[in-house]
Design a protein around this ligand. Sequence first.
Ligand code: PRP
Ligand code: URA
Length: 210
Amino acid sequence: MRVHVADHPLITHKLTVLRNRLTPSPVFRALTEELVTLLAYEATRGVRVEPVHIETPVTGTTGVTLSEPRPLVVPILRAGLGMLEGMVRLMPTAEVGFLGMVRDEETLQPTTYAERLPEDLSDRQCFVLDPMLATGGSLGTAIEFLFARGAVDVTAICVLAAPEGIAAVEKLTEGRDVTLVLGAIDERLNENGYIVPGLGDAGDRLYGTV
Ligand code: PRP
Ligand code: URA
């Protein structure tokens, strides 16, 4: 598994505002989108392209276009939805599938409550969006699901990750082609399974408590 941690002052600056408990939801949503576009730039470095011949006003030349099948972007509901616009802004022709997952706050085990993905993901490059990689239960389960459907490689974009979650995803997906692109790796998880220092509950901060 490859792990890429973004190292850019603008990313760290935006992350600092996200972490601040005084940042209101509308600002939190806007910043999450901006941050994802910056992370997506790195995450799509390996996106498959093929040569295409075009005519400029001056002459013919060869450029590239995204290969078929098109990449699939999969936000994990609910919080991952806050990352979708920022991702498709960079890659507007990608297809989008959805996974709804929630972790039990007592056991920290994830449950999948919704799935809207192509049946066959053979030969697909998949990009999973979830702001928080805490124990790794949710992301690990989502990635396993995509490989079981035939995905060839999976890149996950997360705003924050805990070392425990990275280790858990690595173990779960051993031998698979997996890349994590992260805004930052924080110190640890606390006794409630929250990332420390973290930013709190990403879903609640994006959309309010349910
Ligand atoms: C959050 C977050 C991840 C998960 C991370 O979602 O968006 O999906 O927790 O925790 P884990 O790594 O320990 O599995 P949550 O379950 O709170 O659902 P929500 O997006 O609907 O708020
Ligand atoms: N889910 C969140 O939203 N935040 C955390 O810190 C851990 C899991």
